[in-house]
Design a protein around this ligand. Structure first.
Ligand code: NAD
Ligand code: UDP
Length: 311
């Protein structure tokens, strides 16, 4: 049995990863301080053979008993509202948290995977975004705390790889959605779905012409697992290239929920990227991976989930 330490394991993506690793016969230590995650996300895993939860802030020295085969660093506030409300924690978990988790991987001779993000490309001037694009990030804008922390985390990961020989992977995750997103985390998927289900105005920021490309969570975690098992040490984009405007996305949620909610336009947050779509040529070639779940199918499952949460 291999053993994996998954930081941020009580969050949205982390909880799905914990499940996938258990399903594939691994032991999982889920480490999370619950600042944006929730015990509800892992309630179904508590008591399951091989699963341990440790409440801990990974910006501090991490002590982990026994051997480890994998360290996956997913801890970080991830929604624009969360990282605007928690700017210092975001910077700390991306920098100190990455340093501490890399230290554990080095000590245990474990393979390390960093959860990076499409935000390292900032408000991109190249479209779609390929891994060799260096990005267009405003370091002193409100999103800088997240974007720069992740860029630092990538640099730190490559330094541990090159200098200490740690076996590392970097995944650049594009907008992902699905069950166990927090209903009020401010991201567009929970925002639009909860507004639609309550027949409240759906808040489209700006004129809604900015684009995003949404990946369903089961596709994402499969891509991440394959990357971990591959030999690629440079960053790999994982996401769904099905790009649409935010306004089109709102209309799709309206159609799928049958809501009477009107669409209301609000001001566009500062530095909100105007376009985003992953170029996944590298993941396709290297990992034999591409997303399989159509938007309508993934959204229906997510809407069902939020319906149950709202009851
Ligand atoms: P999330 O907020 O649901 O999960 C993050 C988890 O990290 C939470 O459970 C939180 O409590 C925990 N955490 C934060 N700081 C911590 C600390 N100092 N110590 C221990 N635990 C801490 O967010 P998510 O969407 O699941 O994102 C998970 C990871 O994936 C993040 O690193 C994020 O940057 C990355 N990512 C996510 C997306 C996406 O679309 N969901 C896109 C790009 C990158
Ligand atoms: N957005 C919106 N209404 C909302 C929340 C978000 O129009 O209630 C827009 C936001 O401005 C951005 C896109 O939806 O252009 C995706 O936002 P999200 O917060 O999900 O993540 P981002 O991709 O910006 O990190």
């Amino acid at each position: 049995m291999a053993r994996a330490l998954i930081t941020g394991g009580a969050g949205f993506l982390g909880s799905h990863l914990c499940e996938l690793f258990l399903d594939r016969g691994n032991e999982v230590i889920c480490m999370d301080n619950l600042i944006t995650g929730s015990p509800a996300n892992i309630r179904h895993l508590i008591g399951r053979n091989g699963f341990t939860f440790v409440k801990y802030d990974v910006t501090n020295y991490i002590h982990c008993e026994g051997s480890l085969d994998y360290v996956l660093h997913f801890a970080s506030p991830a929604s624009p509202i969360d990282y605007l409300e928690k700017p210092i924690q975001t910077l700390k978990v991306g920098s100190l948290g990455t340093h501490k988790t890399l230290g554990v991987a080095k000590d245990k001779k474990a393979r390390y995977l960093l959860a990076s993000t499409s935000e390292v490309y900032g408000d991109p001037l190249v479209h779609p975004q390929k891994e060799d694009y260096w990005g267009n990030v405003n370091p002193v804008g409100p999103r800088g705390v997240y974007d720069e922390a992740k860029r630092f985390a990538e640099a730190m990961t490559m330094a541990y790889h090159r200098f200490h020989g740690v076996d590392t992977r970097i995944v650049r995750i594009f907008n992902t959605y699905g069950e166990r997103m927090r209903i009020n985390d401010g991201r567009v998927v929970p925002a639009f779905i909860s507004q639609a289900l309550r027949d409240e105005p759906m808040t489209v920021f700006g004129d809604g012409s900015q684009t995003r490309s949404f990946c369903y969570v089961s596709d994402l975690v499969e891509g991440i697992y394959r990357l971990l098992m591959s030999n690629e040490t440079l960053p790999v984009n994982i996401g769904n290239p099905n790009e649409m405007t935010v306004l089109q996305f709102a209309q799709e949620i309206k159609r799928l929920t049958g809501t009477k909610a009107p669409i209301e336009f609000r001001s566009l947050p500062e530095d909100d990227p105007k376009i985003r779509r992953p170029d996944i040529t590298k993941a396709k070639k290297l990992l034999g991976w591409e997303p399989k779940v159509p938007l309508e199918v993934g959204l229906k499952r997510t809407i069902d989930y939020f319906q149950r949460v709202l009851l």
